[in-house]
Design a protein around this ligand. Structure first.
Ligand SMILES: Nc1ncnc2c1ncn2[C@@H]1O[C@H](COP(=O)(O)OP(=O)(O)O)[C@@H](O)[C@H]1O
Ligand SMILES: [Mg+2]
Length: 364
């Protein structure tokens, strides 16, 4: 096992963007009467259905190892029942693990005193819930300042900070209304304002946009991404929706039956799905829109075409590739420096979903 405290303290030459905020090590959660006694079976490889059938225990999480980077959006994705909520609730110890460790900012969450844990929940983390979790008898303003009230902030400062965040999420003028007078999207804006007002550096969002209509949901994603450009919070965002994961996530971890089956940046997952399950999961993705030049380019070489940005999608690049005489263009970074070369063939190849890495047996 890697020493998490070492990772978290970071080496002198690690760049700021490599900083790890949350580190999860060898985490297991088994639900039932004698979870510890079940660990032996699980470590020996007993599957989730077998554990349920033979011993009546639910395998919630198994062997989770995940480093969550600071100031990025880490998506946890998986179907219903895959363990997403169980995982996120471990971070503030709303759930106690059966085995394993959780480190936040270099501190072992499981070793925290009651006081420390209370501070962690009040000051370092805030949560946005799927069902909004607003108090019906409180006004929008009173809801937005709730986290500050719990922190013990005095009323005038609470009001000022809550008003500022309500304004930031587009709810200026709604302060004195009640949640029932608001649409679903507006209610979740209150949920977001409430979470941001506490100034916590970690935001936990459990299916926060899943209850919203598609258009409103896309709006909320845009608001979150805009705010994040400025705020640089560590956001742990749970979703069962792949499009949402690809749009929002700097990193994505995919859970199945309580285990992480792949973790990486969205491009990694699209270009190198770890197994047949993920291959199947990503097969309907619009690859023209989501696969970027940096994932399909080759080494720098002579080419006369129009330069294309590293972050350009295939869809954005195709006109230039067609227009270039050799069907080949240089790929450049923001400053215009050459980073590689992309060909029309590579772009068209990447439009087809790849075979997965781990399924040779199945497809040979
Ligand atoms: N309190 C509990 N008691 C028993 N089983 C539970 C409990 N909470 C979750 N589980 C089980 O753990 C698994 C993961 O659940 P959950 O984390 O809620 O999944 P998700 O959020 O991905 O839908 C499921 O099989 C669920 O039935
Ligand atoms: Mg859930």
């Amino acid at each position: 096992m890697t020493d998490a405290s070492q990772i978290l303290s970071g080496s002198a030459d690690a760049s700021a963007s490599d900083e790890i905020k949350v580190s999860i090590r060898d985490l297991y959660k088994i639900f039932g009467d004698t979870p510890e006694a079940m660990m032996e079976h699980v470590r020996e490889g007993m599957s989730k259905p077998e554990l349920m059938d033979n011993f009546g225990h639910a395998l919630g999480l198994q062997n989770i190892n995940l480093d969550i980077p600071a100031r990025k959006i880490q998506v946890i994705m998986g179907l219903s029942g895959s363990g997403k909520s169980t995982l996120i609730r471990h971070l503030n110890r709303l759930i106690e693990p059966t085995a394993g460790e959780i480190w936040i900012d270099g501190e072992n969450v499981l070793g925290m005193s009651k006081q420390k844990l209370r501070d962690l929940r009040r000051f370092k983390m805030s949560m946005v819930f799927q069902k909004f979790g607003l108090f019906p008898h409180r006004t929008v303003l009173e809801n937005a300042e709730y986290g500050l009230e719990v922190q013990g902030v005095a009323k005038p400062e609470r009001d000022e900070r809550a008003r500022k965040w309500l304004d930031r999420v587009g709810l200026n003028g709604f302060e004195d209304q009640y949640p029932s007078q608001l649409s679903g999207g507006q209610q979740q804006r209150v949920g977001l304002a409430r979470a941001l007002a506490t100034d916590a550096d970690i935001l936990l969002m459990d299916e926060a946009f899943s209850a919203l209509d598609p258009l409103i949901r896309t709006d909320m994603q845009s608001i979150l991404l805009e705010l994040q450009e400025e705020l640089h919070k560590t956001i742990i965002f749970i979703t069962h929706d792949l499009d949402e994961a690809l749009r929002i996530g700097d990193r994505i971890a995919i859970l199945r039956d309580g285990a992480i089956i792949q973790s990486g940046d969205p491009q990694d997952i699209l270009m190198r799905p770890a197994d047949a399950y993920i291959t199947d999961f990503i097969k309907d993705v619009n690859r023209a829109k989501v696969v970027r030049m940096r994932s399909i380019m080759g080494p720098v070489s002579e080419s006369k075409g129009d330069p294309i940005q590293l972050s350009a999608s295939i869809e954005e690049a195709l006109p230039k590739l067609h227009a270039s005489e050799s069907n080949c263009c240089p790929v450049v970074d923001d400053s215009g420096a050459p980073k590689g070369n992309v060909t029309l063939d590579a772009a068209i190849d990447a439009l087809k979903a790849p075979d997965s890495a781990g399924d040779d047996v199945r497809y040979s």
